[in-house]
Write a protein that binds this ligand. Structure first.
Ligand SMILES: [Zn+2]
Length: 426
């Protein structure tokens, strides 16, 4: 088999690995990368006519966002993913199309293409091996977001495992991934988002987060909590459920649709589902339009809303009401990409509100909740899988190098950190 790295090669974004066998061509993921002027697609993937199957690890757009473009180019092939991933990808792909249109980014596909993607999807169950052409395929829990999978392909007498995005540490929402795949793994393709960084203990982060929310509320301020729609939004609700606050909690933006989908399509790996359902259906309030948002933001409250990097969604609408109030706070709950409002707020204390660069006077703090494994966790995972060949991708060059250096020394397996369009043959 030959592997061609068409994205997420020494970068994060547009995940896509092509697998060529004797007569067939498959893809592991097909994502997009966000640029200021639109999306970057996997390199060269649309130039080859035949496609015999796509295996989708999870719903995030950096893994799924390229799918409608296939349909646009009339490249049809079955797309395999879990039912939960399908439920979430539908929402995220539709939203990416709407957002691209609103920002005049000329999305490279149309609404019709989104419908076509749905027709090609075959949903699969976790832990159940199935056959597709000459492949045997099994999806395992990856612990990253609801529905997320690591994908095991058995072909040409080899067992190849693609981790997708991976979380091997416990959190409130999803059971962590376990490194047990039935038999030894020949080729492990791992993500390396945090290949060179350790994250603080999640329980400690959650504790400090709750304490800080309490402090701000007690001092008379409001708390704005920007969240990612998938995973983080639900986990933040579960964490908030552990404490009583004497102010209302509001839940807004795309996180609402996603939470409904997660509760309607739970996999066996979702944890504390009742706690989440109770928070979502019985506790939080959900403003339905700008007037309602304006009305509730006039009073003290806790506002949990998308988008997580303050790039759109209702979050900026709320911020307009208390950016000048020193008693209030913005608590960021995830990674902030370069050139986003969230990063600008974190690094320099400014955001763009209605086109104006605005100095934010309320308190700003970041809490390191992550859906990925940190350096130590990745190392432990690789050690446990103990592959013959290790391929490292989905990480900055520093991350890939750090993990590769460690693996060469400690595991002694063959190690690769391929760049864009590099090919490996086994
Ligand atoms: Zn992801």
């Amino acid at each position: 088999m030959k592997l061609v790295f068409r994205g997420a090669a020494r970068e994060v974004g547009r995940s896509c690995i092509e697998i060529q066998t004797k007569g067939d061509r498959y893809l592991l993921d097909c994502g997009v990368k966000f640029k200021e002027d639109g999306f970057a697609y996997p390199k060269g993937v649309f130039d080859v006519p035949d496609l015999d199957g796509v295996f989708l690890s999870h719903a995030h757009l950096d893994h799924s966002g390229g799918l409608p473009f296939f349909e646009h180019k009339n490249l049809r092939g079955p797309i395999f993913c879990t039912a939960q991933t399908f439920a979430l990808a539908k929402v995220l792909l539709k939203d990416s199309y709407e957002v691209a249109r609103i920002r005049r980014l000329h999305p490279a596909f149309s609404r019709v293409d989104l419908k076509e993607v749905r027709k090609d999807v075959h949903t699969v169950r976790f832990n159940e091996k199935f056959r597709h052409r000459e492949l045997e395929v099994t999806f395992f829990n990856a612990g990253h977001i609801p529905g997320s999978a690591s994908i095991l392909l058995e072909l040409e007498g080899k067992r190849l495992l693609y981790t997708g995005d991976l979380n091997v540490k416990p959190n409130m929402l999803i059971q962590e991934a376990k490194p047990s795949y039935g038999a030894p793994i020949d080729i492990l393709i791992t993500e390396a988002t945090y290949g060179y960084r350790d994250l603080p203990d999640r329980e400690e982060v959650a504790k400090r987060f709750l304490q800080r929310v309490s402090e701000v509320v007690k001092a008379g301020g409001s708390v704005l909590i920007p969240v990612f729609a998938v995973g983080r939004a639900q986990e933040v609700l579960q964490i908030l459920s552990k404490k009583k606050f004497n102010v209302p909690i509001y839940f807004d933006g795309m996180a609402k649709t996603i939470t409904r989908r997660i509760l309607a399509n739970p996999s066996q790996f979702i944890k504390n589902k009742d706690r989440l359902a109770h928070m979502f259906y019985d506790v939080v309030e959900s403003p339905r339009n700008q007037d309602e948002r304006n009305a509730v933001a006039e009073h003290q409250g806790i506002f949990v809303t998308t988008s997580g990097m303050l790039q759109g969604g209702p979050v900026l609408h709320y911020l307009k009401h208390f950016w000048h109030d020193e008693r209030s706070a913005v608590f960021l709950t995830g990674y902030q990409c370069k050139r986003t409002n969230g990063r600008e707020l974190l690094d320099n204390g400014y955001v763009y509100l209605k086109g104006w660069r605005t100095k934010v006077h309320c308190q700003v703090e970041k809490f390191d909740f992550s859906g990925h494994s940190d350096r130590k966790a990745l190392e432990g995972y690789i050690r446990a899988v103990d592959p013959k060949v290790l391929i490292i991708q989905h990480g900055d060059p520093e991350s890939v190098e750090a993990l590769a250096g460690w693996a060469r020394k400690e595991i002694g397996c063959e190690v690769y950190g391929p760049g864009l369009l590099d090919e490996l043959e086994f």
